[in-house]
Design a binder for this molecule. Structure first.
Ligand code: C5P
Length: 404
């Protein structure tokens, strides 16, 4: 029996010449026993006929957002709810831009904005459109939001040019679908892991903010390691440049207050790892207009303390995660300070690292860490941040094993 039998795919076809290849994709999926439901954009219908799509899928094609009959029988939310995976093939530059910016002006974009399911996109466009900085920015945003991407391939294009931009072949897209849907195995299957990462940005006015040098690399590597062990991972992240790890649900935030609210929404969870470099203070009265240089001297900023996210969640009574892990970035008295943090913040384990300038931890790829628990200290490294992540998740997986 095919790995995909009895799965439901919601296929979104947008308007590019590669839309004809989506017909072959539907055929392959149907042969594998998949139920394929299709949304076509207005432009897609210029390239392939809805009647052909309906004949291949054996289902009605969905196209209009405000189709009363559809909304009564099966709303656009229901279309995504009933699917195991959303696949956008071809994903045009325009639809990718809409997705990246959260537009919702037709059924395809509205469904993509409203879904909580994994989305796989197969971009297809002219080589110049693909290599344009705007498309690269949109692609990076989509990856950060957790989208999976297959292709595009390089080759001769319908427009006569040569280069990357051809949609991945239908058979390749089927393999990507299988990979996305294959049931997980690993020590953390059935466990939910919450991870914070990156810096926070505390606004001074609409154009200025206070932040720090955190790259998010260590937190992202931990999220990736947790997902590899089969965990359901929520990565609550401040603004960073690192791409979203595969199979991780991204929650993008800016300030410490937003980060705390996002973490609270992820409770209950089995493991919570607080790797973010949260700003300790925020500006007391964030200005609603840009503060002007008016010649009357420099502004005096007043600060208030930010909530301690780790401490708040660790002391959450019945909603306390089974295991709470904190980080301690120190420039002196590393172990002593970490032990102090362990008890003050109420966590089970502290990962302590020396962030003195010469150690190049902020933004670097290496880390030397000390695992501090009530029962002792383990010294790891120097190791790559990926190795630290893997070892840490291995250790945490063994610790939660015994927990209900
Ligand atoms: O107190 P300090 O900032 O050194 O503590 C570091 C640990 O606490 C890290 O795990 C960090 O993510 C977390 N933290 C937090 N909220 C804050 C400050 C720190 O979650 N406001």
């Amino acid at each position: 029996m095919s790995k995909l039998a009895d799965k439901t795919i919601l296929l979104i076809i947008s308007g590019g010449i590669a839309a004809y290849k989506s017909l072959e994709l539907i055929r392959l999926l149907k042969t594998a026993g998949v139920r394929v439901r299709v949304i076509m954009t207005r432009a897609a219908k210029e390239f392939v006929s809805p009647l052909t799509v309906a004949s291949l899928t054996g289902e009605k094609v969905h196209d209009e957002l405000f189709n009363l009959t559809d909304e009564i029988e099966m709303g656009h939310i229901e279309l995504s709810r009933a699917a195991d995976l959303l696949v956008v093939a071809p994903a045009t530059a325009d639809l990718m831009a809409k997705m990246a910016h959260g537009h919702a002006d037709d059924l395809a974009s509205t469904t993509l904005l409203a879904t909580d399911k994994q989305v796989l996109i197969a971009p297809a466009m002219n080589v110049r459109m693909w290599t344009h900085a705007a498309t690269a920015r949109n692609l990076a945003k989509l990856k950060r939001d957790g989208a999976l991407v297959i292709g595009p391939n390089e080759g001769e294009m319908a427009c006569g040019e040569f280069g990357p931009g051809r949609m991945a072949e239908p058979a390749e897209i089927v393999v990507a679908i299988e990979t996305a849907l294959t049931s997980k195995t690993g020590a953390l299957v059935g466990k939910k892991v919450l991870i914070t990462a990156g810096p926070t940005r505390e606004a001074i006015d609409p154009v200025r903010y206070i932040s720090n040098h955190s790259s998010g690399k260590q937190g992202y590597a931990i999220a990736e390691a947790a997902a590899r062990l089969g965990a359901d991972v929520a990565l609550v992240s401040g603004p960073v440049e690192v791409p979203a790890p595969a199979g991780v649900r991204m929650v993008a935030v800016q300030s410490a207050v937003d980060m705390l609210a996002a973490c609270e929404r992820e409770l209950p969870c089995d493991i919570a790892i607080f790797a973010a470099a949260v700003a300790d203070w925020r500006v007391a009265d964030e200005a609603t207009q840009k503060i002007k240089k008016d010649g009357k001297g420099v502004p005096a900023l007043k600060f208030v303390e930010n909530p301690d996210i780790l401490k708040t969640i660790a002391k959450r009574g019945s909603q306390r995660p089974g295991l709470v892990v904190g980080f301690a970035a120190e420039t002196e008295n590393l172990i002593e300070n970490a032990r102090d943090k362990l008890s003050k913040k109420g966590c089970d384990l502290i990962v302590a690292n020396d962030v003195s300038k010469d150690k190049n931890v902020f933004g670097g790829d290496q880390n030397s860490v000390h695992l501090v628990t009530a029962s002792g200290v383990d010294n790891w490294g120097p190791l790559s941040k990926h190795d630290v992540a893997q070892r840490l998740m291995g250790r945490l997986a063994s610790l939660v094993k015994g927990q209900p």
